[in-house]
Design a protein around this ligand. Structure first.
Ligand SMILES: C[S@@+](CC[C@H](N)C(=O)[O-])C[C@H]1O[C@@H](n2cnc3c(N)ncnc32)[C@H](O)[C@@H]1O
Length: 352
C-alpha cells in the first residue's frame, strides 16, 4: 500500500500544521531516546504526527518481510486472526490487511489516545475489516491458532514481559518488527533463545534456530554488531517533505524483523542465503556479506558476485537491494576461508 498524507489526513485525531508536525517528530524522537524503561506516552498531537510519518513508512517493513516468506506460510497466516500488541495507530494491522490477511484483527494498546487514532483510521480506511481495539487482551481467542505481532513494542515492554505475553496469547505465528540497533539486537538474541526453548522455529530471517546466530559470536568477541536488516524505500513525496522539514530520513530504515512458528518446520531450502551487509562494488563484482548454513553451521560469508553473470535489470536491483533479501546461490570458486565467488539469483521477486 502506498500511503500518502492526503489519504490519512482526514482520519487524524488532531490536525497540526506541517511545521508543527516536523517539530513534534523531533519531540517524539527525544522521548523515545530518553529510555526511562517505561512505556512512552504521546499527546494527541504527537500521535497525529507519529501516524502521518511512521505509520506509512513502518508498514513497508511488514510488506518486505511478507514478500520474503514461503507461500505456504503466507497462506496459513492469511487465514488466521491477528493480534497486534502495542498496535499504536494500527500501523501493522493496516499493512497486514493490505497484503491480504483476513483477520479478525485485535489491536491492543495501553494508550487510550493511540487506540482512538487506530479506531478512526480503521473506520475511515478499512470499514469492512473485522477490527477490535482494546486496552486489554481479554477478548482474544486464547485457545485458537493465531498470529501475534509486536511492532516497536518489545523495545518498550522488555524481553521478559514480551515472553510472558507470548506465553499467554499462545500464538501459532509470531512476527516482530523492532528498531534496528545493536542494543536492541542484543535483546532480540535473548528473545530468540526464549522462543527456541518454547519450541518455536524461525522462518525469517535466520536459516534455523538449531544453529547459533553467527552475529552473536561477533558480539561475544566484544564487537558492536547486529544483523543489519535495512529497508530501502522512497516514501511518497508528501511524507518525504515532512521528513525533510524534520531532518529525518526514511529512505534507509534499519530494523529487526523476525517471523516464527510454534513447533513449525523449517522450510529454508538448500543453497539459499540472506544478504547481511553491503561491502563494496567494483567494476566487475558486488561484494556482500551473507548469512547461510554451510557444513551444518550458520555462518557469515563474503560473497563476490560477478556482474557478468547478472543481467542489466538485476544489476540495477542490486544497487537498491534491501538487506535481509533471500537468494539462491551456487559457488563458482572458493577464494579463501569464508569468502566465495558465487552466482546468485534473487528470491521473493515476481513471486519466485
Ligand atoms: C513505539 S509505539 C509502536 C506503535 C506501532 N506498533 C508501530 O510500530 O507503529 C509502541 C506502542 O506500544 C504501546 N505499549 C507500550 N507498553 C504497552 C503495554 N504494556 N501494553 C500495551 N501497549 C503498550 C504504546 O502505547 C505504543 O502505542
Amino acid at each position: 500500500m502506498h500511503w500518502t498524507r492526503e489519504i490519512i489526513e482526514e482520519f487524524l485525531i488532531k490536525r497540526p500544521s506541517d511545521m508543527k508536525v516536523a517539530n513534534l517528530l523531533n519531540q517524539i524522537k527525544a522521548k523515545y531516546l530518553e529510555e526511562k524503561g517505561e512505556s512512552v506516552s504521546l499527546t494527541e498531537e504527537e500521535i497525529s504526527a507519529y501516524t502521518q510519518f511512521y505509520m506509512p513508512t513502518n508498514s513497508k517493513k511488514f510488506e518486505f518481510i511478507w514478500q520474503q516468506l514461503d507461500p505456504k506460510i503466507k497462506e496459513d497466516i492469511s487465514s488466521l486472526p491477528l493480534v497486534d500488541f502495542g498496535c499504536g495507530p494500527g500501523t501493522y494491522l493496516w499493512a497486514a490487511a493490505s497484503v491480504g490477511i483476513k483477520g479478525p484483527f485485535y489491536g491492543i494498546d495501553s494508550s487510550g489516545p493511540m487506540l482512538a487514532q487506530a479506531k478512526a483510521l480503521g473506520a475511515g480506511l478499512f470499514p469492512k475489516l473485522d477490527l477490535k481495539f482494546s486496552v486489554t487482551d481479554k477478548d482474544i481467542p486464547f485457545d485458537e491458532p493465531k498470529t501475534l505481532l509486536f511492532g516497536n513494542a518489545i523495545n518498550e515492554l522488555g524481553v521478559s514481559q514480551a515472553l510472558k505475553i507470548i506465553e499467554r496469547i499462545n500464538p501459532k505465528y509470531l512476527i516482530f518488527i523492532e528498531p534496528g540497533t545493536s542494543k536492541v539486537f542484543k535483546e532480540i538474541l535473548k528473545l530468540r533463545a526464549g522462543l527456541k526453548e518454547m519450541t518455536f522455529e524461525v522462518h525469517y530471517p535466520c536459516a534455523s534456530l538449531e544453529h547459533a546466530c553467527p552475529v552473536e559470536g561477533r558480539i561475544k568477541d566484544d564487537r558492536e554488531d547486529w544483523c543489519h536488516q535495512v529497508l530501502r524505500e522512497v516514501p511518497h513525496p508528501s511524507i518525504e517533505r515532512i521528513g525533510q522539514m524534520a531532518k529525518m530520513d526514511r529512505k534507509v530504515q534499519p530494523y529487526i524483523g523476525h517471523v516464527y512458528e510454534l513447533a513449525g518446520t523449517n522450510l529454508r531450502e538448500e543453497s539459499t542465503a540472506r544478504f547481511v551487509r553491503f561491502l563494496n562494488e567494483s567494476k566487475f563484482a558486488f561484494n556482500w556479506e551473507v548469512c547461510l548454513v554451510i557444513d551444518g553451521k550458520q555462518s557469515i560469508f563474503e560473497f563476490e558476485i560477478p556482474k557478468k553473470n547478472l543481467d542489466k535489470k538485476t544489476q540495477k536491483l542490486f544497487k537498491k537491494l534491501s538487506i535481509g533479501h533471500e537468494m539462491t546461490y551456487s559457488v563458482l570458486k572458493v577464494l579463501k576461508e569464508n569468502r566465495l565467488r558465487a552466482s546468485v539469483e534473487l528470491r521473493g521477486l515476481d513471486g519466485n
